[in-house]
Design a protein around this ligand. Sequence first.
Ligand code: TMP
Length: 222
Amino acid sequence: MAKSGRLIVFEGGEGSGKTTQIQRVQAWLEQQAQQAEGDFPRWVATREPGGTEMSQQIRQLLLGYDGAEPLQARTELLLYAADRAQHVECLLQPQLASGALILCDRYTDSTIAYQSYGRGLDRSLIDQINQIATNGLASDLTFWLDVPVEVGLARTQKRGAADRIEQATLSFHQRVYQGFAELAQQYPQRIVRIDASRSEVEVTQQLEAVLIGKLREWFIGE
Ligand code: TMP
């Protein structure tokens, strides 16, 4: 199936505000669509892990597991990959084929940051598994919501009970941060850094400034 929609991914460490910003961007898209009077793409918000019915169960396993037997790093990697394969086949590809703009909370860069930089798994192994899971589907634009690790973790603590990954050590989260920072340097064409330590409104404004140009390029110029 040919792709006519676009995939936008929101990445970042714990408490970087991705979920809130995806909601705010949708409200902004709503306004833009009203102003465009019909000539505007349909959009869909989704997330990893947990973007499909089946993936919800994988998310439960990944974030809620607290058995005595430790979850191994490679098992964790494969579960994230299984979640992604299902998401790509059942939601991302069909939606893109039908022309939707997708706002996705996390994608392949999270696996590189968390499972490679964080857990220490070999990068080429992660790249191969990402390739299998995505079937080659890459994001068109990725926002990295950059917030200092301590600030992000303090935000998550205010939200209440921490999940299995939020409970990992500070040095784990610092390695994850390093991962996102290096990815942003490595792929400047695809990854746009957003200063997510600013207020919610200011973060949304930074996102909108990039999105205005991209929407014009992708949908209005066609
Ligand atoms: P969140 O989407 O609510 O932030 O939770 C997802 C958690 O899963 C978060 O701690 C990051 C982690 N994660 C990985 O470790 N690898 C991955 O590939 C993905 C998509 C998420």
